[in-house]
Design a protein. Structure first.
Length: 348
C-alpha cells in the first residue's frame, strides 16, 4: 500500500508540505520544550499528572509523535514531519514512566479543546475506559475537533478494546509495515478506521537527534499530520467532511469496507488534500486561496505580417526567375524546329 507520487500544481505542492496555521494537540508523555525540530511552533499546555512537568518528556514518546506530525527539516538530516509548518500543543497526561489512566487522558482532552487545538492526537491508550473519557471525547467532537487515537497499545499482545479509540467519533488508527500488512500477531483492539506506517519509523527525540519506533501510536501521527494538511488547504471542512475525506481517499485494501484489520485503508496525504470527491464536483469546498504573487505582464504577441508579406514577394520573384530561365532554354530550340515536335527514334 505505498503512497502515490503525483505531479501537483506548484501551489498545491507547496501546501502539501506545510500545514501552516493548524494546531495539533499531542496528548501523551509531553513534548520536550527544547526539541530543535519544533522550534518556534511548540506550545506547552498543562501537565495534568505533574504540574511541574510542563515542557519535559522523560520517555521521549510524545516528542517523537510531535516530530512525525510537524518536525521541520534540520541541517544534515533528510527527515521532516508530515506538516512541518503546523503548530504543536503538548499536553502531558502520564507519569515519568509513561503510564496513565482514562481520567487523566480525559483531562488532557479537555485541556486541548480549551486551548484551541483543531486536531487532537491521543498518542497513548488504556485498556479500561471511563465515563469522564467518554464525555471528553464527545465534547471534543461536538466542538468540531478531529480526535485520532491508536487502535491498539504498542505493547498489546492480546485482543481487547482500547480507549479512547473504542469510543464513537474517534478515528482509530492501526499500524502497517512496509509491505502494507498489519503489524503484530493479529491482536485486535478497537475497530480500525485507517492504517498508516508504524514499523520502524524515524522521528526526532528530546534534545535533538533521531530515533526509530514501532507501534500504532506512531501511525496516528501520520493521520493527524495529514488532517493538518487538509485543514490548511480546505479550512471550511466540517468534522464529518474531514473524516469522510480521510476515509474516502485512503488506499483501500480491496475488500469490503471497513476491513477488520485495515479499516478503510492506508491514509493518503496527496489524495486527502488534492482529490475532488464525487459529491463535491458540483459544489466543491473552497480551498484557502493561495497567497497572491506578483502579477505577470505578458508581452504583446509579435506581428509577423510584414515577414509573411516579404516571404510571399520573395517566393513570387523566385517563380518569375525560374520561368524566365525556362523560356531562355526552350524558345530558341523551338524556333529552330519551327515548333515541330522532335523525331522519335525507336531503340535498336
Amino acid at each position: 500500500m505505498p503512497w502515490p507520487q503525483l505531479y501537483l500544481r506548484p501551489e498545491l505542492a507547496w501546501r502539501l508540505t506545510q500545514g501552516a496555521g493548524v494546531t495539533v494537540a499531542v496528548v501523551g508523555t509531553g513534548v520536550d520544550a527544547h526539541a530543535p525540530a519544533l522550534k518556534g511552533r511548540l506550545s506547552n499546555g498543562p501537565s495534568v499528572f505533574d504540574p511541574h512537568g510542563v515542557g519535559r518528556d522523560c520517555v521521549g514518546h510524545g516528542t517523537f509523535v510531535a516530530g512525525l506530525i510537524a518536525g521541520a527539516r534540520q541541517q544534515g538530516a533528510g527527515f521532516s514531519g508530515m506538516a512541518p509548518k503546523a503548530r504543536i500543543l503538548a499536553v502531558s497526561v502520564t507519569d515519568v514512566t509513561g503510564d496513565t489512566t482514562a481520567n487523566l487522558i480525559a483531562k488532557g482532552l479537555n485541556a486541548a479543546v480549551d486551548s484551541g487545538a483543531q486536531v487532537i492526537d491521543v498518542a497513548v491508550a488504556v485498556d479500561t475506559g471511563s465515563e469522564a473519557l467518554r464525555q471528553a471525547v464527545r465534547r471534543a467532537t461536538d466542538n468540531g475537533l478531529l480526535v485520532v487515537a491508536p487502535a491498539t497499545m504498542d505493547t498489546q499482545a492480546s485482543s481487547g478494546a482500547v480507549y479512547p479509540a473504542a469510543y464513537p467519533g474517534v478515528v482509530s488508527v492501526a499500524a502497517i509495515g512496509a509491505g502494507g500488512q498489519p503489524l503484530g500477531n493479529g491482536a485486535q483492539g478497537a475497530p480500525v478506521d485507517l492504517v498508516a506506517p508504524g514499523d520502524t519509523v524515524m522521528s526526532a527525540g528530546p534534545g535533538g537527534g533521531y530515533f526509530t519506533g514501532t507501534g500504532a501510536s506512531f501511525a496516528t501521527a501520520f493521520v493527524a499530520g495529514t488532517a493538518a494538511l487538509v485543514l490548511d488547504y480546505r479550512p471550511r471542512l466540517t468534522l464529518d467532511q474531514l473524516v469522510h475525506r480521510l476515509k474516502a481517499t485512503a488506499y483501500a485494501p480491496g475488500t469490503a469496507l471497513p476491513q477488520a484489520q485495515l479499516g478503510y485503508g492506508c491514509v493518503d496525504p496527496v489524495g486527502a488534500v488534492a482529490s475532488i470527491l464525487p459529491e463535491e464536483r458540483s459544489a466543491s469546498p473552497s480551498p484557502r486561496p493561495a497567497a497572491a504573487g506578483p502579477r505577470l505582464a505578458m508581452p504583446p504577441r509579435p506581428d509577423h505580417s510584414a515577414e509573411r508579406l516579404a516571404a510571399m514577394v520573395g517566393g513570387f520573384a523566385a517563380g518569375v526567375v525560374a520561368l524566365v530561365a525556362l523560356a531562355v532554354a526552350v524558345v530558341p530550340r523551338g524556333r529552330l524546329r519551327h515548333w515541330r515536335p522532335g523525331r522519335y527514334r525507336a531503340p535498336s
